[in-house]
Design a protein around this ligand. Structure first.
Ligand code: PLP
Length: 422
């Protein structure tokens, strides 16, 4: 018998080690796992309770009212116009990314390194080759248009359809692209007739609320994925959608819809009813988003400053809830302690301080690059939202930050002390 070999989750080993340390009664600082600390708004939770009896299948493409709401909502937030016919709803955006890859007979997937762990695995399952385009701390982990141009010109793939996946605000880096940067990338993609899957799942968590979709600059070639997992704190609800180009070729669209109906059939109907209450652009939604951004930005900046002061290379966060740490400046002192790869780095850090980070090689960085992701979500999101909504002004008070995020700040201290004592 022969089975597909799929890489095991790279987090497994560190998770087991964390559990051992915790069982031994020692403190763990959980910066490894990145899940929203916030909960869906009460009205969305109520809508889900009310919809529990909606047991029938929904249309494959999604409930029409929900598609209208999503189109209206994201036309306001993403800088480009969306028609409800362009929207396809599914149980999470991840399956939409995978099904999109399955829609291509013969394609090559280009990915920036670092990028989210699942893309390359999905491409391999869909039997497409993967080509990485490296980025670096020095260029803010941004995909350089000239590097992309060179990669897309590769004659080995002259007869393949070309696809790029770009995720911003980014996991694992917490950084965004400016409009000018997106436009420059769009020009290269257009030149090489390349499809882009823009993973904008963290778009609404741009810390300044200024997310712009690359679809604005490349509408004919962009498929956007998004959903409720991050901005609504509802990853387990599995509600996602994609926005197809208005001008999508009919055979491409037909393939996407056929794969959808052959795999997940439709997103769960009660979830779609609840989502109708999520995609409402009113004052409650605006405050909910503003407060999350204020909190994430305040925590991210605080941890960023402390980490940067220790000499670790890191950029100030602009969105989502991640920092990508580059330990290159400590390379020699780490090597002197026998640490030469990011897994060795994360393992020793965890053993010696209780600080759990996720190694950069889980995001396709080279393991000798010595990078690791820090997720700053280990706090009580609901409590913070309640308290911040009572505070006026844009800034979260230092008292609140230090009071409610003390554990994460202690963990940051443990990390920077370890570096200082190398
Ligand atoms: N894309 C990125 C970059 C993510 O970090 C995640 C979740 O961790 C997802 C997609 C998954 O989204 P969904 O829950 O909609 O499948």
């Amino acid at each position: 018998m022969a089975f597909r070999s799929v890489e095991k989750s790279p987090t497994l080993h560190l998770n087991e080690l964390s559990n051992d340390i915790q069982r031994a009664g020692r403190q763990i600082y959980k910066f490894g796992f990145g899940q929203s600390p916030f909960a869906p708004l009460q009205r969305i939770q109520d809508a889900l309770k009310e919809a529990v009896c909606r047991k029938d299948y929904a249309p494959v493409q999604g409930v029409p009212e929900l598609r209208e709401r999503i189109a209206d909502f994201h036309s306001r937030t993403d800088g480009h116009h969306i028609h409800p016919d362009q929207v396809v709803v599914a149980s999470g955006s991840k399956i939409l990314l995978y099904n999109l890859l399955l829609a291509f007979e013969k394609a090559v997937l280009y990915l920036p390194a670092p990028s989210w762990v699942s893309y390359a695995t999905q491409a391999r399952l869909a039997r497409h080759p993967v080509e990485f385009v490296a980025t670096s701390h020095e260029n803010r982990w941004r995909l350089d248009p000239a590097d992309l141009d060179r990669a897309l010109a590769n004659p080995d793939y002259a007869t393949h359809e070309k696809i790029l996946i770009l995720n911003y605000p980014g996991n694992p880096d917490g950084l965004v692209y400016t409009g000018a940067e997106l436009e420059a990338l769009a020009n290269v993609l257009r030149k090489h007739k390349t499809w882009i899957m823009a993973d904008e799942i963290y778009g609404l968590l741009h810390h300044k609320g200024e997310h712009v979709s690359i679809a604005k600059y490349y509408p004919e070639g962009t498929i956007v994925t998004n959903g409720m997992s991050k901005w609504c704190g509802a990853g387990g609800w599995r509600m996602g959608f994609q926005v197809l180009p208005a001008t999508i070729p009919s055979d491409f669209r037909a393939a996407i819809m056929a794969i959808a109906s052959a795999t997940y059939s439709c997103a769960p109907t009660p979830m779609q009813m609840a989502a109708i209450q999520a995609y409402v652009w009113d004052e409650t939604t605006k405050h909910y988003l503003q407060d999350q951004r204020r909190i994430l930005s305040a925590i991210g900046q605080e941890i960023y400053q402390r980490v940067a002061a220790s000499g670790i290379h890191v950029h100030a966060p602009q969105g989502a809830f991640y920092l990508l740490l580059d330990f290159d400046p400590m390379r020699e002192s780490l090597a002197a302690r026998g640490i030469r790869t990011d897994v060795e780095l994360c393992t020793r850090l965890l053993e010696e301080t209780g600080v759990a980070l996720l190694q950069g090689s889980a995001f396709n960085n080279d393991e000798t690059q010595l990078t690791a992701r820090l997720a700053y979500v280990d706090f009580n999101g609901q409590l913070m939202l309640d308290k911040v909504s009572q505070q006026s002004g844009r800034k979260v008070s230092a008292g609140l930050l230090h009071g409610e995020c003390q554990h994460m700040l202690e963990g940051t201290h443990a990390l920077t002390e370890w570096i200082a004592n190398l």
